[in-house]
Design a protein. Structure first.
Length: 254
């Protein structure tokens, strides 16, 4: 009990010390910032309704992309393990294209060379499709890693007990996969949220676009970026903490 209390106290003291360092750094930045006398955060915060609207759209798009990327990632995984050489190459080429392309380049390519020529006008849907395609290979890696964690002995045991295919998945494979997939899914959601800021370039009014519009109307450039920085941290820090929590849980289950 004493050891536990000591560890807890050390963690609290270390956390306070670390936060103090960052607090001093922030104070130094504020002190050295040349435009502090003209710093008007209220110019941004006065339009908090628009920021909140963009924040909600960011969350909505990110959750929808995560949902659909589960299917695109699993489909890509099936293509890349297919014994059909043609299907295998289709999956492999797409995998190489995504991993070899920056998200902004991929997004603009989808928009200008596919969506615009085909007459798609809903930029929110175009953004969702582009992000879903881009996240697919990352999600494929998640499935690949999760499925490889189920060792051969379990498959042999299922075969010995005469499990049908659906029984293998329902009783053995899927319950294990759900536990293993939760942490990387949350991490991918964090990645999607950060990547969704690039939808600004195709005119989607997510939180970055909303704040950029306010900046252009008020000339409160620095203030806008500060609010944007805080808004993204409000979303991502709890998700990162949640992912770490589930990682520990999965380790305990294993």
């Amino acid at each position: 009990m004493k050891t536990l209390n000591k560890l807890l106290n050390n963690q609290i003291i270390s956390t306070i010390a670390a936060l103090s360092v960052y607090g001093l750094l922030v104070a130094l930045i504020i002190y050295l910032y040349p435009g502090k006398d003209n710093f008007q955060l209220n110019l941004i915060l006065d339009q908090s309704d628009k920021i909140f609207e963009g924040w909600l759209l960011t969350l909505f798009i990110s959750v929808v992309v995560l949902f659909f990327s589960i299917f695109s990632g699993f489909s890509l995984y099936l293509l890349m393990i297919s014994k059909n050489l043609f299907l295998n190459k289709v999956g492999s080429i797409f995998n190489y294209v995504v991993f070899g392309s920056p998200l902004i380049v991929f997004l603009l390519t989808i928009y200008y060379f596919l969506a615009v020529p085909l007459g798609f006008e809903d930029r929110n849907i175009i953004g969702i499709i582009a992000l879903t395609l881009y996240i697919g290979p990352y999600m494929k890696n998640v499935f690949e890693s999760a499925l490889s964690s189920i060792d051969e002995l379990q498959y042999q045991a299922m075969k010995v007990f005469g499990f049908k295919t659906w029984q293998k998945y329902v009783y053995i494979i899927i319950p294990q996969l759900i536990r293993i997939l939760i942490p990387p899914m949350i991490s991918n959601l964090t990645f999607i949220i950060k990547g969704s800021s690039l939808l600004y370039f195709i005119g989607v009014y997510e939180v970055y676009k909303q704040i950029a519009t306010i900046q252009s109307n008020t000339y409160a450039i620095v203030e806008g970026y500060l609010v944007l920085f805080i808004v993204y941290l409000i979303i991502t820090i709890p998700l990162i903490a949640l992912a770490k929590y589930f990682e520990k849980k999965v380790s305990a289950w294993n």
